[in-house]
Ligand binder design. Structure first.
Ligand code: SF4
Ligand code: FES
Length: 237
């Protein structure tokens, strides 16, 4: 076990536990956007910063990427932490002024949009955290989306923003996106995402549409499970 302190509280966690989980496990709240349990971490949003002290040295680290260490002294609310977090939130608000998730978090943190950071009006709600890209690559295994262009033009999408041949319409990217940037719409037998329309499979038992046909075909090919067996919704299995 690793023993250390957070905001003066003694904490004990298994080796390898990240500070973010350790801190939350101790009942101390900490803001975060990009750390999702389903995907590897990017440290992109920087909202989860904390101040750590090792010996005489203090520094700011992203708690979702920093593993707990014996004897560490962690401060989640120091002036330095609050200043960094406020600045990060102001920058995020400038990038995605229309994000209701960010607006709510900012209000909770007592942060307001700053006129000195010119608001982007064309970036939607994307904070470029790559969670959607990672889930598509690491969990689904199709790599249908990525981050393209550079600098302030960087954006998430399919290559050349064209309809992707490899996307299976699973919606995993929507599930992990912390800001609701990715739009997926569903009608009974159709699902639209990333510019493509996917035909939905009706459950062979109850008749309810439950998953894109392409997704089931992909799972069938990957696992060797006959398509017919997959064409039954989880409620009827
Ligand atoms: S679309 Fe969502 S998950 Fe993907 S990079 Fe943007 S904010 Fe992150
Ligand atoms: S949650 Fe740690 S950097 Fe985003």
């Amino acid at each position: 076990m690793i023993n250390f302190t957070v905001d003066g509280k003694n904490i004990s966690v298994p080796k390898g536990t990240m500070l973010l989980e350790a801190i939350r496990g101790a009942g101390i709240s900490i803001p975060s956007l990009c750390a999702h349990e389903s995907v590897s971490r990017s440290g992109a949003c920087r909202l989860c910063v904390v101040e750590i002290k090792k010996g005489n040295r203090t520094r700011i680290v992203t708690s979702c990427l920093y593993a707990a260490e014996d004897g560490l002294i962690v401060d989640t609310k120091s002036e330095r932490v609050q200043n960094v977090r406020r600045l990060v939130m102001q920058l995020l608000l400038a990038r995605c002024p229309d994000s209701d998730v960010l607006q709510k978090m900012a209000t909770e943190m007592g942060v307001e949009a700053q006129a000195r950071f010119i608001a982007d009006t064309d970036k939607g709600k994307c904070i470029l955290c790559r969670s959607c890209v990672r889930v598509c690559e690491e969990i689904v295994g199709v790599s249908a989306i990525g981050l393209f262009s550079r600098g302030s033009d960087k954006t998430v999408g399919t290559p050349f923003m064209e309809k992707s041949d490899v996307c299976i319409g699973c919606g995993a990217c929507v599930y992990v996106c912390p800001t609701g940037h990715i739009v997926m719409t569903s009608t009974e037998d159709k699902r639209k995402i990333w510019g493509r329309t996917f035909k939905m499979q009706a459950c062979e038992k109850c008749g309810k549409y439950f998953a894109p046909v392409d997704q089931l075909k992909y799972i069938s090919k990957k696992t060797g499970t006959p398509f017919k067996e997959l064409a039954i919704c989880t409620n009827c299995r």
